[in-house]
Design a binder for this molecule. Sequence first.
Ligand code: 5GP
Length: 131
Amino acid sequence: MTERVGTEPSIFTRILRGEIPSEIVLQTDDVFVIRDIAPQAPIHLLVIPKADEYADVVELAAGDPKLLASMVEVARVAASQAGAADFRLIFNTGVGAGQTVFHVHAHVLATRFGGLAEATMAGGLPDGEEA
Ligand code: 5GP
């Protein structure tokens, strides 16, 4: 599953180091959260382990399930902090599924006043909401 080549730091490691600008909106000892640069929903956050040893969620679940559980809890807190109680949590896994950064990360997708399902079922996003 690993597509990473060589030992170049991932884009997320470079953000964590401050080499690429991106506001860290929440962090713990092990995990940090940024806003996705190309949001696909009104709330689109990335929850990322500070260590880059796992390329995707399959590797992470096998190697450090506690860290995976921490990511889920941080996702919950970050969504709540952004104004969403309900959210979609997505791990693109492998090139064929759209994964482009091989430093495991979770996408947190939501609207500000509810979950994405509500927006979809209502026929679209609330007025004024932009992706
Ligand atoms: P993937 O496609 O691997 O599941 O997700 C990678 C995500 O990282 C994409 O949604 C992409 O928009 C986001 N991304 C890539 N480069 C940057 C960046 O420099 N800053 C931020 N904030 N997000 C980025």
